[in-house]
Ligand binder design. Structure first.
Ligand SMILES: [Zn+2]
Ligand SMILES: [Zn+2]
Length: 154
C-alpha cells in the first residue's frame, strides 16, 4: 500500500492527470499477489471487481504507465507483454527465470546478476548502465516430470 501511495503522489507531481483509470490499474498491480500481469489479466481482475472499464482503456493505460516508468514491461516469449511495478530502488530490482515447459516465472536476486555485469564491464571496458537479462530453463517440478517420463519409457 505504501508503494502504491508513493506512485500515486509521483504520478500527480509529474502533472500527468491521475485519472481514476490510471489509479485503479496501478492499484491492481500494487495489490495483486501475482507479480507479472498481462493487460488481459488486469482487465480480468477489474471485471471481477465489477469495475466498469473497457479492455482498450486497460491496454492503453498499462502501456502509458509503462512509458511513464511506473510499470516495467516484460516479455517472456509468450507473444504478450507482461508488466510489474517498476522497482523504486535497487533493493527490489531483479531479473527473471522462465520455465520453458510450464511458463512459471521466478525472480532472480539482482546481486547475483551484478557479478555477471561487473564481469562483462571488465572484459569489454564498457560502463554498463542498463540491461535486461532473462534466464530460461526447466523449473524443479518440470525436471521431475521429465525424469519420470524418461523412466517410464525404459
Ligand atoms: Zn516448469
Ligand atoms: Zn518480476
Amino acid at each position: 500500500m505504501m508503494l502504491y501511495e508513493s506512485l500515486r503522489k509521483e504520478l500527480r507531481s509529474k502533472k500527468y492527470r491521475m485519472t481514476a483509470q490510471r489509479e485503479i490499474v496501478l492499484k491492481v498491480f500494487a495489490e495483486s499477489g501475482e507479480r507479472h500481469l498481462g493487460a488481459e489479466d488486469v482487465y480480468r481482475k477489474l471485471v471481477e471487481k465489477r469495475y466498469r472499464i473497457s479492455k482498450a482503456t486497460v491496454y492503453r493505460t498499462v502501456e502509458l504507465l509503462s512509458k511513464l516508468g511506473f510499470l516495467r514491461r516484460l516479455e517472456f516469449g509468450e507473444g504478450i507483454y507482461r508488466y510489474e511495478l517498476a522497482a523504486p530502488d535497487a533493493e527490489t530490482l531483479h531479473q527473471h527465470i522462465v520455465c520453458k515447459a510450464c511458463g512459471e516465472v521466478i525472480e532472480v536476486d539482482e546481486k547475483i546478476v551484478k557479478d555477471l555485469v561487473k564481469n562483462v564491464e571488465s572484459k569489454t571496458g564498457y560502463v554498463i548502465n542498463d540491461y535486461d537479462i532473462k534466464f530460461y530453463g526447466l523449473c524443479p517440478k518440470c525436471q521431475n516430470r521429465k525424469s519420470i517420463s524418461r523412466e517410464n519409457r525404459i
